[in-house]
Write a protein that binds this ligand. Structure first.
Ligand code: AMP
Ligand code: MG
Length: 354
């Protein structure tokens, strides 16, 4: 891996000169982190194999996990695809710019083969963040940009998170303040007229159904395990462990009062074993817990706030060197579906319903 002795930091409000410098780094084959409305991305020119390989090296990302390509306009996305159906077109027109990624058949030669990990599809989106949009426009190329974390770490929602993971590994980071949504984009693939949600995110199934219209099926991720795998577009990234804090995490869902009691019981049991235990709570329950750390993700009925705070909270658990984390589940409505998807991944299957 190339060691970059100094990673450039462009503070918030740096203006056009900073954007131009960051764009120049991308154009000359470098890698630069930048904010999007979802999480911070790590961008490179998607057409240049050696630049794309530097993203994989900086992240220590397995080479078989493809990257999302970020473009400035719908027309630029069309240039990357071999063909686009009317339904895909409708999704792009409705949700772009915004947190929806579409998996499309790739136009041969449009991006470096590393970007698609050898698949015949490419994942594309038009982000809706002023800095991201200015950077992409200035660079003038499709920008491959996965989340700017090291593989296995929570996605970064601030420039400081990026530097924690990437200092000395990338050319620079544009600081645009904390990201608005806080979870990665919704990834969808359309196959045989069915919209498959490959990864839930800020655009939820209801919104997709409304856009797709009468008679179009929207298949939620994992909603129907009997789905023949062959009928779905492949999303290799789904198999990797993501978002895991260093301490082991248990996720408790169910009736709020029973959940609160169960979380405290688990905390007590783990502390009795001499471990340092934290709770991920909602505002309503936070003051009632006795633990080594209590971090609230906000009011129980505001999943958008919990979504915005989750990844920073997981990083805080690491910073406080917690051996174990016991987390309360949140209602699975709207972005709550994506929130719980990330919390389940963080818990690596250690789930309890009460
Ligand atoms: P990240 O960029 O870290 O947010 O992860 C990108 C996600 O998009 C991963 O889960 C990838 O597996 C998925 N993805 C990227 N390209 C494709 C593609 N061509 N087909 C299916 N999934 C993809
Ligand atoms: Mg990622």
């Amino acid at each position: 891996m190339t060691v970059i002795p100094k990673t450039k930091y462009w503070p918030p409000g740096s203006g056009d000169a900073a954007v131009a410098e960051a764009a120049e780094a991308i154009v000359s084959g470098g890698v630069v982190a930048f904010p999007t409305e979802t999480v911070y991305g790590l961008g490179a020119d998607a057409r240049r194999p050696e630049a794309v390989r530097r993203i994989f090296a900086a992240k220590e990302r397995p080479a078989d996990n493809p990257l999302i390509v970020h473009v400035g306009r719908l027309e630029d996305a069309l240039a990357l695809a071999r063909e686009v159906s009317p339904l895909e077109m409708r999704l792009m027109e409705s949700f772009w710019p915004g947190p929806l990624t579409l998996v499309l058949p790739v136009r041969p030669g449009a991006v470096a083969p590393e970007v698609t990990a050898g698949l015949d599809t490419v994942a594309v989106r038009v982000p809706d963040h002023p800095l991201a949009r200015r950077l992409i426009a200035k660079a003038g190329c499709p920008v491959a940009a996965p989340s700017a974390n090291r593989s296995g770490r929570p996605s970064p929602t601030t420039a400081m998170h990026v530097l924690e993971d990437m200092h000395g590994r990338i050319d620079g980071v544009l600081d645009g303040g904390p990201t608005g949504i806080g979870l990665e984009s919704t990834v969808v693939g359309v196959k045989d007229g069915v919209v498959h949600i490959l990864r839930p995110g800020g655009i939820d199934a209801e919104m997709l159904k409304e856009c797709a219209g009468e008679g179009v099926e929207v298949a939620e991720a994992g909603a129907n395990p009997s789905d023949a795998e062959a009928s779905k577009p492949r999303s290799p990234g789904v198999k990797y462990v993501h978002y895991a804090p260093r301490g082991e995490m248990t996720l408790v869902t169910g009736d709020p009062a029973r959940m609160r009691q169960t979380v405290q019981d688990i905390v007590n049991r783990k502390r009795a074993e001499g471990r340092k235990v934290g709770v991920l709570s909602c505002d309503e329950h936070a003051a009632s817990y006795e633990a080594d750390a209590v971090i609230s993700l906000g009011p129980r009925d505001v999943p958008a706030e919990a979504a915005r705070k989750l990844f920073a909270a997981l990083r805080e658990c690491d910073a406080r060197e917690l051996d174990a984390i016991v987390a309360e589940g949140f209602p699975e409505r709207g972005i709550g579906v994506a929130l719980m998807n990330r919390m389940r991944k963080a818990a690596r299957g250690d789930l309890l319903t009460v």
